[in-house]
Ligand binder design. Sequence first.
Ligand code: FAD
Length: 368
Amino acid sequence: MSRPAVLIAGAGPTGLAAAVELARRRVPLRIFERERQRVPWSKALAVNPRSLALLRPSGVTERLLAEGRRLTGMEIWDGGTRRLRLRLDRLPQPYPFILSLPQSRTEAILEQVLAEQGHQVERGVTLELASGGLQARHDDGRVEALPDGPVLAAEGAHSGLRKALGIGYPGHRDDEDFRLADAELDWSFDPDSLIVLLTPRGLLATIPLPGKLRRLIAIGQDPLTLLPAGTGVGTVPWTSQFTVSYRLAERYSEGRVHLAGDAAHIHSPVGGRGMNLGIEDACVFALLASQDRLDAYGALRRPVAQRVLAATERFTGLVTLRNPLLRLLRNHLVLPLMGTALVQRRLVPAVAGLNYPNPVEALERGSA
Ligand SMILES: Cc1cc2nc3c(=O)[nH]c(=O)nc-3n(C[C@H](O)[C@H](O)[C@H](O)COP(=O)(O)OP(=O)(O)OC[C@H]3O[C@@H](n4cnc5c(N)ncnc54)[C@H](O)[C@@H]3O)c2cc1C
């Protein structure tokens, strides 16, 4: 008897990565996306070495590398003094860098590979739970009953399937208001490093994008106003702002429906783990689906997100400190300590998403 198709709700990075991996493992699938067009915003920029390793077998990584920018370090500056330098280029693994690429390009590449594998995203179609079971609601008003089969809810933070199944999404929202701007800068900092400036008025993080732009991020104020005097500012094609929540789904699976990506966990973008964690969920889901072992999915993935959430919240708290005394302690004590070889050995793998074994390799070896 042929295996039922896996039904994927959502063609963000999580749903697309799941589809590509299912197709590579020859599992039948359908993938539905509510929106007719992909949003052009860059959102997540950081593709970490773990995601690059996971997406290598499908050929996605090669294409991401061709377009992305390799970030080999991270520096934290306090006035004219460099307080911390983390080197990513010493990671003992095939991708010793964070790849900077706008999320819209990562999604486009995943979708292109999926098309070459023979699958199209069904756009303008919303997957929903009705009394008769799962159905696909097409934009033209048609409603299609869907056959049984595993379902991946990769619908983002406001997942309708999670809500319809009554799965709680407890957590809290931060008061901090993150402001973003993509800008062309003329300054003297390392062009291939993530640069964080601790200014008297607050923190400014800057991430190089492919090409000439940098993504600037500040909290509660316009990031352009925190640039050091004398910085040349060219075009600013995009600005945005958002608040951050920390939430983790009470459970990852309910019957045949499984949650992944932002539908299952959200946290601050500090550390750049959100999209990458979703890609990891997707790859584990696809492997387990190919082995008919999806009952193991939630127990494997929820504890990972729980740890990442806790670490991200601690790290975000450190960078967003308001108390002047604590800021002084951070700048003069904590950051220099973080620069020691011992701490770097633990910190760099965490930033790179490599602080636990590759879960797909572990499952394939039978050690998870
Ligand atoms: C400004 C910003 C910066 C960020 N920076 C980073 C970063 O540097 N690194 C990082 O790792 N993360 C970052 N993130 C987080 C990252 O963008 C998200 O973690 C990522 O988009 C989650 O992917 P996803 O596929 O799980 O969900 P989404 O990207 O939200 O995709 C879900 C998709 O499902 C569709 N959908 C919803 N419901 C249905 C349905 N019922 N049927 C069909 N389709 C449906 C939606 O239209 C959407 O396209 C950032 C986020 C923001 C906002």
